[in-house]
Design a binder for this molecule. Structure first.
Ligand code: PMT
Length: 404
């Protein structure tokens, strides 16, 4: 797990979005992190000290002069303990202070002593009018210019005052992802990666289609693993419930059919260093798409659908590939796994193929887990045991970055 054993310092300032922070702390801890909290006095009006202490398992640092403080210099010792600091929600007041170097309470003194040494993620949250304030914007620009700081843009949506606008703190999943990114070495900085994910949907008529059980979990996990390492990612995705937010380096291209995926990939491939083809592309599509719902004839009459072959996207890329471009395919097999994967590796002109087999419990479609073997065109084989798709993606991307 990316967060296993990591020390995360969460700084909370006084905005209504503070109510989401206990859930965030639980999410981080479930993924193996240790969490400590520093909060402003106003933050503790929105979320109680007892709640934060209970979910984090540690005393909350909110008063610089409290006699109970363990070291009396928590604003120095906490950053020393931490691998990174997250400030969420960051109010206009605290953003202004952090950018100006004002340190007049537990949170801002802690930030001040942390800010030159550790990765920092700041999640502003406020009313849209306060977000637009020139002083807030100037402070945000200042903080963004610091090499170790990531500012997660507020989301657009309903605000506490009942209006709608830009100022909402992003959801817990987005913040937890940004924490992981801050803790990941940027081994893919400057690299451009094309990833395909999810199923394709081949229309039969306006109400029916042919598809498969791919959820996109594996492809999106690979995209996140590359984004965390600093790569620019073009994610060509069939219809899925998956989401990635909070990354400037992500370009999403939503498609439905194999033909649309083919066109999107053709458009993107020339500019990338690596393509990872995780999508479950339909090999066949109806020869004709009926423009009205096909009606049932009689109980005894069968319906024959004539299918035509879809383009083989991987094989096309294998032919287009220039020196320096790396092409990684996937193979989902049910039998003769290794032989079939090797055949695809050769016939499609791939550099690598990731084999997952439906014979392995917990591997393949739909599940949160996978178990894979990675084969290279020059004959190497490595195995990754069953693990969460996030961990398996980390393993795959690590293998690919070491080798290329
Ligand atoms: O999305 P999840 O629920 O998380 O499931 C993940 C997964 C099981 C879909 C994924 O791990 C996986 O195995 N993806 C590839 C599935 C597949 O269609 O494999 P294949 O053996 O049919 O295709 C071989 C390769 O050729 C794949 O890289 C595929 O993207 C590519 N292909 C296939 C057909 C086609 N017309 N064009 C292609 O490019």
């Amino acid at each position: 797990m990316v967060l296993e054993g990591k020390h995360i310092l969460v700084g909370i300032s006084g905005g209504i979005a503070a109510y989401k922070i206990p859930e965030l702390i639980r999410t981080l801890k479930k993924q193996g992190a240790e969490v400590r909290v520093t909060a402003t006095k106003s933050a503790l009006q929105f979320v109680t000290e007892l709640t934060l202490q209970t979910v984090s398992g540690a005393r909350v640092y909110s008063d610089v002069f409290a006699a109970i403080n363990e070291h009396s210099t928590e604003h120095i010792s906490l950053p020393e303990w931490a691998d990174m600091m997250l400030i969420a929600p960051a109010t206009a007041n605290v953003i202004g202070k952090m950018a100006a170097g004002i340190a007049d309470d537990a949170l801002t003194t802690t930030f001040c002593s942390c800010s030159a040494r550790k990765p920092i993620v700041i999640a502003p949250a406020m009313n849209d009018k306060m977000w637009e304030c020139p002083a807030t914007q100037k402070a945000i620009e200042e903080l963004k210019s610091w090499a170790n700081v990531t500012v997660v843009e507020p989301a657009v949506g309903e605000l506490a005052c009942g209006t709608s606008g830009k100022g909402r703190m992003p959801e817990v999943e987005v913040l937890s992802e940004q924490v992981k990114a801050a803790l990941t070495e940027k081994t893919m900085a400057g690299k451009r990666v094309l990833i395909t994910a999810g199923p394709t949907v081949e229309k039969i008529d306006p109400v029916r289609y042919i598809s498969n059980f791919s959820t996109g979990k594996m492809g999106y996990a690979l995209a996140r693993a590359c984004l965390r390492r600093g790569a620019e990612v073009t994610l060509v995705s069939g219809p899925t419930q998956q989401k990635i937010e909070g990354y400037d380096g992500l370009r999403m291209v939503d498609v439905e059919s194999a033909q649309q995926m083919y066109e999107a990939v053709q458009e993107a491939f020339a500019k990338v260093d690596m393509a990872i083809l995780c999508a479950a592309v339909a090999d066949y599509t109806p020869k004709e798409v009926a423009d009205r719902k096909i009606k049932r004839q009689s109980e005894s009459e069968n319906l024959c659908l004539e299918l035509k072959a879809n383009p083989d996207i991987a094989a096309w890329l294998g032919k287009q590939k220039k020196a320096g471009q790396v092409l990684v395919g996937f193979a989902l097999e049910t039998d003769h796994e290794e032989a079939n994967a090797q055949k695809k590796l050769q016939s499609k002109g791939l550099d690598w193929i990731v084999l997952n087999s439906l014979q392995d419990k917990g591997a393949g479609f739909g599940t949160d887990t996978n178990k894979v073997s990675l084969y290279s065109a020059d004959g190497t084989k490595k195995d990754c045991p069953l693990g969460m798709k996030e961990a398996v993606s980390e393993w795959i991307v690590n293998q690919l970055t070491i080798a290329n």
